[in-house]
Design a protein around this ligand. Structure first.
Ligand SMILES: Cc1cc2nc3c(=O)[nH]c(=O)nc-3n(C[C@H](O)[C@H](O)[C@H](O)COP(=O)(O)O)c2cc1C
Length: 234
């Protein structure tokens, strides 16, 4: 019986890993064809956002998996290649597609393009130094009063995290690099970002996400770990 279980587990893991490799292969193929990881369907989807949203059910699901599987943090950016405004807008549209508790959408986004502002962020935030060499940074902020009672207020962190993940994936899908650099809950970091960006009371910065065309190509980390999965109970 144990043998059968072991063989089953090994088979399942092997198949899952093969699936992962396939996803990465698919990602590379799409990237070669389109210059970005996410294919045509997504472009059509985003052209619809704001004008009456169309569905994305056009059989593009593997592209989503490719984007997820091949995303990685990028910390070096091409200093000479500006990021097109249209791409920034697509990234912000993706951010606002995120789910949020009670659909409160407590997010605000400060788009920092000014070099002096980027330099200030990079110099004063030790963990966000890369902001200094980025073409822009999106600072995801949340409303501390999202209209939910009691501990529900804390959902702004989750909501803004979901929006941040969409930013990372959208940037990657558009051929850009990005990295989440942490601000919240560090009180000192929050105060620094609040001061530089004039963030009003009642809102807090969650992170600083520097963005630009990648000037490095680190390997994607294989984080698949079946030991983290618990079947039916821990
Ligand atoms: C909440 C959070 C905070 C992070 N803070 C920083 C940071 O301050 N500076 C930084 O360079 N990277 C930061 N990162 C990026 C992680 O280091 C990175 O995601 C992790 O090493 C995995 O690598 P990958 O994104 O390439 O898969 C942060 C990521 C998260 C989710």
């Amino acid at each position: 019986m144990n043998k059968i279980v072991t063989v089953g587990v090994v088979l399942a893991v092997t198949l899952a890993m093969a699936g992962c490799e396939k996803v990465e292969d698919a990602g590379r193929k799409v990237a070669r064809k389109t210059g970005s990881v996410v294919g045509k369907g997504a472009t059509e989807f985003f052209s619809g956002v704001g004008e009456g949203i169309k569905t994305v059910s056009d059989g593009n699901v593997p592209d989503v998996l490719s984007a997820i599987a091949t995303r990685k943090s990028i910390r070096k950016f091409d200093p000479l290649r500006a990021v097109e405004d249209e791409k920034v807008e697509k990234i912000l549209k993706a951010a606002m597609c995120a789910p949020s508790a009670m659909d409160k959408r407590p997010w605000e986004f400060v788009v920092v393009k000014d070099k002096a502002q980027l330099q200030k962020l990079g110099e004063r935030l030790p963990y966000s130094r890369v902001a200094n060499g980025a073409q822009l940074a999106i600072v995801v902020c949340g409303s501390l009063d999202n209209g939910l009672p009691g501990r529900g207020k804390e959902y702004w962190i989750h909501d803004c995290s979901a929006a941040s993940m969409n930013i990372l994936l959208a940037a990657h899908g558009l051929g850009l690099g990005a990295v989440w650099t942490g601000v919240f809950p560090g009180e000192e970091r929050i105060a620094i970002v609040r001061e530089i960006l004039a963030i009003p009371d009642g809102y807090a910065p969650l992170n600083v996400i520097p963005i630009g065309y990648p000037a490095e190509d680190p390997a994607v980390k294989n984080k698949w770990n079946p030991a983290k999965i618990h079947a039916d109970r821990w």
